[in-house]
Design a protein. Structure first.
Length: 157
């Protein structure tokens, strides 16, 4: 049965392949052999001294490098070698603490400054308010009608 045995508290500032390289070096030094690797996982096993075949009785550890949205990875360790991981807990802690950590994203603070209120609308908004625009349109229409009437009168006489 594969259960989670360890995980990184912080985001590790490495790519998944580089994080798995680091995990592989550490685990080989701890007596494990790499048996499989994908883009985000590294499977290792530790052969028990009294097992008949290589895979029979082998305790497995699977290191998973979980990519994070802002870069880096979180490392999770799953497997069946609970006793081996527990016996090497100090080494695991030292190894994980020694990995480069991704600094937390900067905190962006926005200061909201209230706008100074003026005594009234600005000159542009006074000029372009709907009532003024409508008045100008009506005035232009009246001037046009008067001009047409004058033209009509001059043509009749």
């Amino acid at each position: 049965m594969h259960r989670e045995l360890a995980s990184s508290r912080d985001v590790v500032n490495l790519s998944p392949p580089r994080a798995l390289d680091e995990a592989g070096h550490f685990l080989v030094g701890q007596g494990y052999a790499v048996v499989d690797r994908t883009a985000t996982t590294l499977t290792t096993e530790r052969k028990e001294p009294n097992s008949a075949t290589q895979h029979e009785g082998a305790s497995k550890l699977i290191v998973i490098a979980v990519p994070q949205p802002d870069g880096g990875v979180r490392i999770k360790v799953r497997g069946s070698d609970h006793e081996g991981a527990l016996a090497r807990q100090a080494g695991w802690t030292e190894w994980m603490d020694g990995l480069p950590k991704r600094p937390p994203p900067p905190v962006v603070r926005v200061k909201i400054v209230p706008m100074k209120s003026s005594s009234g609308p600005s000159s542009i908004s006074r000029i372009l308010c709907p009532d003024v625009v409508l008045s100008v349109v009506v005035l232009v229409a009246l001037v046009a009608v008067l001009a047409l009437m004058r033209l009509a009168i001059s043509l009749l006489f």
